[in-house]
Design a protein around this ligand. Structure first.
Ligand code: SF4
Length: 266
């Protein structure tokens, strides 16, 4: 499908939970956030139906996000179901990596193609501070497990304050070079202020060529991360929600005052 700016929309980012096992300072407030009631979170069957319908409309690339997708119980069976949908040529997942070492082989066997892991520093104390308590060793082991499991590519999402020449980013880039990983640098964003830039070595934030829609954990289709437009798959029906979102996709991002990274999936 194409939007009214003649952009080809072929990418669906799917948030399967607003829960997370970390509290990154640029994503969640220390006290956490009000989480969705379980009845408001799409079931696996509903998620698969949305993706199946989206594929009939031209979606070929699917990425699973959260919150942290690996905390959702039964995630491997969901990956299996999605991998069986014909027409998906690019199937990825974004994770904070904390649980990855115990999931990597199952994810690969379930049909996942590739994975992005968040890593903003190689300094264990800084990592613990940024994530409010995370253990970097688990993430590094997770990255290694993903490579051994054959997920390919394994990309590293590194959030930077202002520049990828910051010392932590330089260290992450070197770590990636030494270990055959691809580094992407994401400048800190503010949904409420509408502050964002194009991802270095990625496509996010490139509005002129934006190809994506987002499915939130509560079943809303959002045409843009930096906008409040959203359509309910439960209220409108899946196809109607997808088509309306694509049809009203804004030319470029502005501000998002209703969602958060934890429930839209970045
Ligand atoms: S801000 Fe909106 S239009 Fe721009 S790249 Fe992000 S999702 Fe696409």
């Amino acid at each position: 499908m194409y939007d009214r700016y003649n952009r080809k929309i072929n990418y669906l980012r799917v948030s399967i939970t607003d829960r997370c096992n970390l509290r990154c300072i640029y994503c969640m407030p220390a006290e956490g956030v009000k989480l969705l009631d379980h009845k408001d979170i799409l079931s696996f069957e509903e998620i698969v139906l949305v993706i199946r319908e989206a594929v009939t409309l031209g979606i070929t690339k699917v990425r699973i996000t959260g919150g942290e997708p690996l905390v959702r119980k039964g995630v491997i069976s969901l990956i299996e179901k999605i991998a069986m949908i014909e027409g998906i040529s690019d199937f990825g997942l974004t994770t904070n990596g904390v649980l990855l070492s115990s999931f990597a082989v199952d994810l690969a066997n379930a049909g996942l193609h590739r994975i992005n892991v968040s890593l903003d520093t190689l300094d264990p104390e800084k990592f613990r501070a940024i994530t409010r308590g995370g253990d970097i060793q688990k993430v590094l082991e997770g990255i290694e497990s993903a490579q051994k499991a054959g997920l390919n590519p394994v990309k590293i999402n590194c959030v930077v304050r202002n520049s990828s020449n910051e010392p932590d980013a330089v260290a992450v880039r070197e770590y990636c070079r030494e270990n055959g990983l691809e580094a992407r640098f994401i400048h800190e964003m503010s949904l409420a202020d509408g502050c964002f830039t194009i991802v270095e070595n990625g496509h996010g934030g490139d509005c002129a060529n934006c190809n994506r829609l987002r499915l939130t954990a509560s079943g809303m289709i959002r045409p843009c991360l930096f906008n409040d437009i959203q359509f309910s798959t439960r209220e409108l029906g899946i196809r109607e929600a997808l088509e309306r979102a694509a049809g009203l996709k804004p030319e470029q991002g502005s501000v998002n005052s209703t969602g958060g990274f934890h429930n839209i999936g970045g």
